[in-house]
Design a protein around this ligand. Structure first.
Ligand code: PLP
Length: 429
């Protein structure tokens, strides 16, 4: 049987590389290559591949209990996970709903927001506002609120209508631009909006676009003044990625609904989490069965995933991750100093463990220059996946400054040795 791979044109892409193992920041192939995991395996790995505490926690849990119907039972890993998450979050974010991945974590938040409006006597508030470069996942609900892009274009007819705040592309006045369009929508239709969704601090798949913090603060305050819930999708930004445990800490605003996944288990097992405010949770309490949240997945509350998440979170308590990630940011900044004035580079940016360069060429997803750069990097044992013209590194937290510097110098070499090739390819783009 053919293994149909995600986000892959199966006809033209090169065959996948057979891996044997992974440890720390490196992937080891069956035939003896050692490849630097420059993107934490799609933004999942936190402390490092094969982290021993997490390996042990999963193994131990597997011997006791793997899975049970979470509507009727609970278990220590789930109880402990809710306590651990609580210790990292503001008091008001007080109820935890588990699912399987980032898309479901966001989709659950949307269903909660929608039903919350109905059950608090505001049925007219049935629409969502989302931003033009957002990405919230791949199932139909979250594809609807994601940016209209190559990712969801073929499925346009399956998606529902969403109010789209245009964040524009102006670099001269990004603050007012990001806020302006949202404000206009809310002034015109605020009474129809149940929630606004956004990826705080940095939009991931949209191209690692960093928001001005003040813009998010203003958007939050405008939403609140229109009785509109705020959903922060921290599926990518959560668990230290931007320098704090959660990105919203830097924004100094607490969302009504917080969506987590990816780094939650350290990258070991699938798990999604939707964390709701007390007010939202309370609106679902009733003698009436029909007022419950009608959502659940077969694997909800999987004990192995919960055990992995607990071990991952305990590591965050044990280590000084803020310092570790700040050292990563410094290594990124030092490296970018040497390359950011390169003629092919338009701009560069660092946000915690994430560093980005934007090249001058076409921003089309899967364009030939980015594909070429990805291929050349892999030949140098560096694994990256550019997004349009955005090349970024987001390595696991165990990466040393030397490893980060080496990765950037490989990219620098690629850019320096291929200026002519890239300009030829750009003409063909
Ligand atoms: C990856 C991602 C998702 C979707 O998560 P999956 O686990 O791939 O379904 C949702 N939101 C954001 C911000 C993401 O980066």
């Amino acid at each position: 049987m053919i293994l149909w791979r995600p986000y892959t044109q199966m006809q033209s892409s090169s065959p996948p590389i057979l891996l044997d193992s992974a440890k720390g920041s490196f992937l080891y192939t069956k035939n003896g290559r050692k490849i630097f995991d420059g993107i934490s395996s799609w933004w999942l790995i936190t402390h490092g591949h094969g982290q021993e505490d997490i390996v042990e926690a999963i193994a131990k849990q597997a011997e006791k209990l793997e899975q049970v119907v979470f509507s009727n039972f609970t278990h220590e890993p789930a109880e402990e996970l809710s306590e651990l998450l609580e210790s990292f979050l503001p008091k008001d974010l007080s109820s935890l709903f588990l699912s399987d991945n980032g898309s479901t974590a966001v989709e659950v938040a949307m269903k909660m927001a929608y039903q919350f409006a109905i059950q608090t006597g505001k049925p007219k508030k049935s629409k969502f506002v989302a931003f033009t470069h957002s990405y919230h996942g791949d199932t139909c609900g979250v594809m609807s609120v994601s940016a209209t892009s190559a990712f969801n274009k073929p499925y346009k007819g399956m998606l529902f209508e969403v109010l789209r705040a245009d964040q524009g592309t102006s670099m001269t006045d990004p603050l007012s631009q990001w806020v302006h369009s949202f404000k206009k929508i809310m002034e015109a239709q605020g009474n129809e909006v149940c929630a606004v969704l956004l990826e705080p601090l940095i939009q991931g798949a949209g191209g690692m676009i960093q928001w001005p913090i003040e813009a998010i603060q203003q958007i939050y305050d405008i939403a609140k003044s229109h009785d509109c819930l705020v959903i922060f999708d921290e599926v990518m930004t959560g668990f230290g990625r931007t320098g704090t445990m959660f990105a919203f800490e830097q924004i100094k605003r607490t969302p009504d609904l917080l969506c987590l996944s990816k780094g939650i288990t350290g990258g070991f097992l699938p798990l999604g989490a939707t964390i709701a405010s007390k007010e939202i949770y309370t609106a679902f309490l009733s003698h009436d069965v029909d007022k419950m949240l009608f959502h659940g997945h077969s694997y909800t509350g999987n004990a192995l995933s919960c055990a992995a998440a607990c071990a991952n979170l305990k590591l965050f308590k044990k280590i000084n991750f803020i310092q570790i990630i700040s050292k990563m940011a410094n290594a990124h900044r030092e490296s970018l100093k040497n390359i950011s004035n390169h003629p092919l580079i338009q701009k560069s940016n660092v946000c915690g463990s994430i560093a980005t360069i934007n090249l001058n060429h076409s921003n089309k997803y899967g364009n030939s220059i980015s594909r070429e750069i990805q291929k050349m990097a892999l030949q140098l044992n560096l694994f990256i996946r550019p997004l349009g013209n955005t090349i970024y590194l987001m390595p696991p937290y165990c990466s040393t400054p030397e490893e980060i510097t080496t990765a950037w110098s490989k990219l620098n070499t690629i850019l320096n040795s291929n200026i002519e090739l890239f300009s030829e390819l750009e003409e063909l783009n």
